[in-house]
Design a protein around this ligand. Structure first.
Ligand code: NAD
Length: 447
């Protein structure tokens, strides 16, 4: 009986004796690499960033959800190495690609990172290699961009090499769900490709969900994130409507949330951020534009969500106005600049828009974020207030709560601030002491 490359690869996967390469060691790639290394595989993490590679090889993690000890242990045992040398990937039996998929200024997909990674794979490919794209992208990417690069080498996909898409669902800061216990969808170019990808992920991930094609897997991710964007857009608009109606939107959402079926709770806020929800739906919108179809839900949700920072700033202006103050010349303390609670990531954060809009109107803006002391935007480094003292809070004409980190003492703000614009409703259950609180929707508190 002849042993095929597929049989050999399957044996290496099941016996965990194979080598797994991960291209891109960021928020997605590093946790995945760590999971494979913990599962007993030899893992090669390839990244173009010298800084990332050096940090990892020192045994340190640059990703908040991945503990230093895990990296240190796995680097020491030799299960995990990080490198900027792409030729190391020749040793890999399977390669997962987790490089960025941002948008260009015109909101079209920036495929340059995926194309560069595809080139790296092609330069180091060999018969018996499994390639899985994990970067969020438009339906058709795996088949249209990756498959031809492999076929140019004379490799037959599904026979000599195996190609699949598997969306990453990592939720930074989530204390319950992480790489291992989040079900993983996989869709291969051929049934053999799906089988190999499913076999690989099943070694380290609790539940693997095979679908019939890479396009179905690519669209699964886009549906998930479009669903979030649209529902967040809906509650944000509900907040604006409640403001006009004089109704507390939070009370309405809480009450609707008591329905045990057919309703899912989303909460309004200052806008959306991060690498996924503000960007991913545009990948689908772009693809559909090429087919002369306009994605109305995606466009409307994006419009509403991206207007929320301006809505927050309008609330600041109105709040200051009540104190006979103008935004121009006022000192505004922005609380939290991460795009969501309990994480240290400012990418696409609505706080950056809030700060920019306030400064455009002449406010003197300072910020405090327990997770972010300093950040860089458009080449400028901005330093936050390290310690939130009584004086700092009292000095501010307005305090704007943008990110609802759990380790902030909001009662302290209530006791010392004059005016709080609470875009996350963190103050509703606190003692209404000193501060006058303005929420996104009507109902001033503490007057
Ligand atoms: N961060 C999340 O929460 C999240 C969740 C689900 C899906 N995703 C998707 O996963 C993908 C990766 O996102 P991320 O957040 O991990 O990005 P990231 O910026 O944290 O990490 C990407 C890494 O890739 C490296 N890189 C860039 N080009 C490279 C190349 N050609 N070869 C090797 N390394 C390269 C960068 O130096 C960086 O370290 C994106 O498509 C994103 O949409 C992200």
């Amino acid at each position: 009986m002849t042993v095929t490359v597929k049989d050999e690869l399957l044996q290496k996967i099941k016996g965990r004796s194979g080598t797994v390469g991960v291209i891109g060691m960021g928020y997605v790639g590093l946790p995945l690499a760590v999971e494979f290394a913990k599962g007993g595989f030899h893992v090669i993490g390839f990244d173009v960033s010298d800084r990332v590679v050096k940090t990892l090889m020192r045994g340190e993690s640059h990703i908040q959800d991945v503990p230093n000890e895990d990296v240190a242990k796995l680097v020491k045992s030799g299960n995990l190495i990080a490198t900027t040398d792409a030729s190391e990937l020749r040793k890999a039996d399977a390669v997962s690609i987790a490089v960025p998929t941002p948008l260009v200024k015109t909101r079209d997909p920036d495929m340059s990172y995926v194309l560069a990674a595809a080139q790296t794979v092609a330069e180091n490919a060999h018969p018996g290699l499994l390639i899985v794209l994990e970067s969020t992208t438009y339906p058709g990417t795996t088949r249209e961009l990756l498959q031809p690069r492999l076929e140019e080498l004379g490799l037959v996909v599904g026979k000599d090499v195996f190609l699949a898409f598997s969306p990453e669902r990592v939720d930074p800061g989530n204390p319950v769900y992480h790489t291992k216990n989040t079900p993983k969808v996989v869709g291969g170019i051929t049934p053999a490709c799906s089988e190999m990808a499913a076999a690989l992920y099943a070694t380290v991930i609790d539940t693997v969900v095979p679908v019939s094609s890479p396009e179905a897997a690519e669209l699964t991710k886009l549906l998930e994130n479009t669903f979030r964007s649209v529902n967040i857009g809906l509650v944000n608009e509900m907040a604006i409507m409640c403001d006009k109606l004089g109704v507390d939107v939070w009370e309405v959402i809480e009450a609707a949330g008591t329905k045990p079926f057919g309703f899912m709770k989303f909460t309004p806020g200052p806008g959306i951020g991060g690498h996924c929800i503000p960007l991913d739906p545009h990948y689908l919108a772009w693809k559909m534009r090429t087919l002369n179809y306009k994605t109305r839900f995606i466009d409307l949700a994006s419009e509403i969500n991206s207007e929320m920072p301006a809505y927050v700033v309008e609330k600041v202006a109105r709040g200051l106005n009540q104190d006979r103050k103008a935004v121009n010349g006022s000192r505004v303390l922005v609380m939290g600049i991460a795009y969501k609670r309990d994480i240290d990531d400012v990418r696409e954060s609505p706080a950056l828009d809030v700060i920019r809009l306030l400064e455009e109107q002449g406010a003197e803006v300072v910020f405090h974020d327990p997770y972010i002391r300093t950040f860089r935007e458009d080449g400028h480094v901005r330093n936050g207030i390290e310690k939130l003292t009584k004086e700092e809070v009292q000095k501010a004409d307005a305090v704007v709560i943008v990110t609802d980190h759990r380790n902030v003492d909001y009662q302290f703000l209530m006791d010392n601030a004059t005016l709080i614009i609470d875009s996350r409703n963190v103050t509703s259950k606190l003692r209404q002491t000193h501060a006058r609180v303005v929420t996104l929707a009507a109902v001033p508190r503490g007057d």
